[in-house]
Design a protein. Structure first.
Length: 392
């Protein structure tokens, strides 16, 4: 964790004890240093992670099959092509991934807020909106990863051909034509990661940090108010105890002096009435303290969730930027190779692709894993906040 993140965490008074996937976790040094790599790898073996992977892969395969069907129908006739293009958005994206992956579902949250509008802070609604938007961005990035793999099939074909027939001079005319056609197709296709620019990630980071400050500020105020009510409760309890003691003494004295007791009866009745009122006030303060304690816990959990979200998207933004730059470089090199049309340059281009192929695919897989983990973190935080809301 960078020093800037540690300073931010210490200033906000947050110490992560749950949530996250083990990478950004502060622990007591007296307990020893945890094996972060083991915790990180363990996250990929959890049932929640496997379930999300299966859902995403199934949804993407459905969309891919729909794309193929649309392509076949569009190639059959020009009329069907125009109708397919007009209806393709509805067919290719029948259901949002985030609608299936995010927990609790949005309709559940809507029902909770509608039934208890006065019991929850509006910052919690902002938190759920932010987490929903984060889920949609993760969905968008997963689609980009899938599109990059689809675009990269052209490069994969070239590399397999070169591995099978290393010398370009031994290629057939059809193979030459196919190689240059694949390179040209790859160079012309749009970089899927160009939509998520560093500026957009920076805006997202700022919005998350702003909400984090709001949640922690509100949480501090709630905790201070809870402490104040606790002190008032103690003072009232002490007063009631002393009042009861005074009444006991008064009753004892009046038992001895019955005549004076008859005259002081109205005063005693008034004293009992005042003590009952104080007890009711004490019970009300206790219920207020309980409600504020629950609200403080909700705000604290939401703040922890946003903090984890900030860290997750910082990691994702770095991976996206690396892959974006690599894709742009590959597109540029492929375009130059096609324009030159020389076998010597083709050999150099293929050699460079082979050198960085393993790194490129590892980075792409790492980004995909980080997005899945981000989904897990979002769901974990949302569930914890909702569970605390239901308790109150």
């Amino acid at each position: 964790m960078s020093r800037m993140r540690k300073d931010l965490l210490s200033k906000l008074g947050l110490y992560l004890t749950e949530g996250g996937h083990g990478k950004e976790k502060i622990v007591d040094s007296s307990k020893g240093k945890p094996n972060v790599n083991d915790e990180y790898r363990e996250a990929f073996r959890t049932k929640s992670y496997i379930d999300i992977c299966n859902k995403v892969q199934g949804q993407l395969e459905t969309r891919t099959s729909l794309d193929v069907q649309l392509g076949q129908s569009s190639s059959s006739s020009s009329s069907s092509s125009s109708s397919s293009s007009s209806s393709s958005p509805n067919l290719v994206h029948p259901v949002n991934l985030s609608d299936n992956l995010l927990e609790p579902r949005q309709e559940t949250l809507t029902a909770i807020f509608e039934t208890s509008k006065t019991l929850h802070d509006h910052f919690l609604e902002n938190y759920f909106e932010i987490s929903l938007e984060a889920g949609r961005i993760c969905e968008f990035l997963l689609q980009n990863v899938h599109q990059v793999r689809t675009n990269h099939r052209a490069i994969t074909y070239v590399l397999k051909l070169v591995k099978r027939v290393p010398e370009c001079e031994n290629w057939t005319n059809n193979q030459h034509h196919t190689v240059y056609r694949n390179l040209a197709l790859f160079a012309l296709r749009r970089n899927p990661f160009s939509s998520m620019t560093p500026e957009k990630f920076h805006e997202l980071h700022d919005s998350h940090v702003d909400l984090l400050h709001q949640l922690t500020s509100k949480c501090r105020k709630t905790k201070r108010r809870t402490k104040f009510i606790r002190y008032i409760k103690r003072a009232l309890a002490t007063f009631v105890f002393l009042g009861c003691g005074g009444l006991a003494i008064a009753v004892l004295v009046l038992a001895i002096h019955s005549i004076v007791g008859l005259l002081a009866a109205p005063g005693l009745i008034l004293g009992i009435f005042v003590i009952k009122k104080l007890r009711k006030r004490t019970d009300h303060d206790l219920s207020s303290r309980t409600w504020l304690g629950g609200l403080g816990a909700q705000l604290d959990l939401a703040a922890r969730g946003v903090y984890i979200l900030v860290n997750d998207f910082d990691t994702i933004s770095r991976l996206v930027q690396r892959l974006h730059d690599e894709m742009e470089h590959r597109k540029f090199v492929a375009d130059i190779c096609v324009k030159k049309g020389k076998n010597e340059m083709l050999k150099e281009v293929v050699k460079e692709f082979e050198m960085h192929e393993s790194w490129f695919m590892e980075q792409l897989e790492e980004l995909e894993k980080q997005i899945y983990l981000c989904f897990l973190d979002i769901n974990r935080s949302r569930r914890l906040v909702v569970e605390q809301m239901v308790k109150c």
